[in-house]
Structures are given as structure tokens and as C-alpha cells.
Design a protein around this ligand. Structure first.
Ligand code: PEP
Length: 243
């Protein structure tokens, strides 16, 4: 089954109102590729503004994280329902920076993915091995168990997106070989079946996007650094194969 690729940007803790306006100005009809779905996940405080700026410009908006509970006394956290109310359609859960900085376990990630689904958002569920795990030959075992233990109940095809992001490739300029990416994506496909988009993330740039996006079972990309400028983000999107 041909899946429409998803090209998703994660601005992490970067961005400002001015930067969001500049980005929106770059989203001209002529610059926008018609094939892939496009998504930007700004910091939570910018989600509402970015949703307004991008309205009608062909790029969806998502959150970078949500709380596992629908609402409550959780100072500083953001609910999935609020993200949806601000105009988000997706939310990243289980990014390795959240797992490392905030001690998020597979159980936490699973609860967040279920909260996202309950709020009508599509969770983008991230998995990925560390360099030590890859060097020990455990990459497949680790990502498979991360996925199995964090997949939400009742996740029908199309309701979730998976992102394979080797921890050692994020922000480092290093990427796995296409053979390694293909091997991991095939293992993840065996868990989720057809109909679920599996993105690759980790140092995707305009220069390597075409090669990575052409790998079997790669249905798009999750992009950090190269999503901060509309020109780089759109150059990557233009490299996506048409479904
Ligand atoms: C990410 O943050 O998910 C990511 C893949 O970052 P980068 O593209 O900068 O490696």
C-alpha cells in the first residue's frame, strides 16, 4: 500500500514569534511540494500562533509532547486537548530527548499516546537505540521492544505515526547506512503492519533526504535542525517520493 509521506519538523526549544512569521512567509504556493503531508511542531507556547500563521498554507501543526492525563494539577505541562484546541493535529511522544531529560519510560510514552488519541491528535511515537546499544548489536531488539511497549491500545492503521530516531544520529550529522535504516524499518513494519507511516529521524538534511526517503518502509522524515528554516524544510519535502 502506498502511504503519503509525512515530512515533520521538530523545532525543539528553538523559535520565536518573529521566526515563526519568517517561516510562514516562506510557505508560498510555488515553494510547496504537492506530494507529502507537511507538519511543523513548534514549542507549545507557539502552537496557537503557528496554527494561525500557517492556516491555508498547506502545513499542519503539532505539539512536541503532551501530558498523559486529560487535565489536572500538573504545573508547566500541556494537555493534548489544549494542543488540539490551539490547532494542533499531531503530537510527538517519546522523543529521546524527553526520555533522557525527563526519565520517560515506555509506559509513560504509551499513556501519552493514548491521551493524544483521546484528544483527537495523531501521536508520532519515537523509538531509537543509543550508540552503545547499536554497537552491542541490540538495535533491533531495543526498538522493537520500545515500540511494542509504547504502542497505545486501539491504535488503528492511520491513527498513529512511528518515528525511528537512532539517538546517536540526532543533531550529530551522522546517519545510519541505508541498509541499517531498511533493516530497522522492516522490523518496525512487522510490528505495526501496513497502513502506519514510519518516519526516519536523525540528521536528515536537504543533501541526504532523497536517499533516505527512498528506503523501503520509510514513509517520511522527522527533522530537527533542518526544519528551522522554511527553505531547508521544503527542500527536504521536495525530495519525498510521491505515493
Ligand atoms: C529530532 O529532533 O527529532 C531530530 C531528528 O533532530 P536532527 O534532525 O537535528 O538530527
Amino acid at each position: 500500500m502506498a502511504l503519503t509521506p509525512l515530512i515533520a519538523g521538530n523545532w525543539k526549544m528553538f523559535g520565536s514569534r518573529a521566526m515563526a512569521s519568517r517561516f510562514a512567509e516562506g510557505l508560498t504556493p510555488a515553494a510547496l511540494p504537492t506530494g507529502p503531508d507537511l507538519l511543523i511542531c513548534p514549542p507549545a507556547a507557539l502552537v496557537g500562533l503557528v496554527a494561525s500563521l500557517f492556516a491555508g498554507r498547506g502545513v499542519s501543526v503539532g505539539g512536541q509532547d503532551c501530558h498523559a492525563k486529560a487535565e489536572g494539577a500538573h504545573t508547566g505541562d500541556t494537555s493534548a486537548a489544549l494542543l488540539a484546541d490551539l490547532g494542533a493535529r499531531y503530537v510527538i511522544v517519546g522523543h529521546s530527548e524527553r526520555r533522557a531529560d525527563h526519565g520517560e519510560t515506555n509506559a509513560t510514552v504509551r499513556a501519552k499516546a493514548m491521551a493524544a488519541l483521546a484528544a483527537g491528535l495523531t501521536p508520532i511515537l519515537c523509538v531509537g537505540e543509543t550508540l552503545a546499544e547499536r554497537d552491542a548489536g541490540q538495535a533491533i531488539t531495543i526498538v522493537r521492544s520500545q515500540l511494542q511497549d509504547s504502542l497505545p491500545d486501539g491504535a488503528t492503521a492511520g491513527a498513529v505515526v512511528i518515528a525511528y530516531e537512532p539517538v546517536w544520529a540526532i543533531g550529530t550529522g551522522r546517519t545510519p547506512t541505508v541498509a541499517d535504516i531498511a533493516e530497522v524499518h522492516a522490523a518496525l513494519r512487522a510490528v505495526v503492519g501496513d497502513g502506519v507511516r514510519i518516519l526516519y529521524g536523525g540528521s536528515v538534511k536537504p543533501g541526504n533526504a532523497a536517499e533516505i526517503l527512498a528506503v523501503a518502509n520509510v514513509n517520511g522524515a522527522l527533522i530537527g535542525g533542518a526544519s528551522l528554516a522554511a527553505s531547508d524544510f521544503l527542500a527536504i519535502a521536495a525530495a519525498a517520493p510521491t505515493a
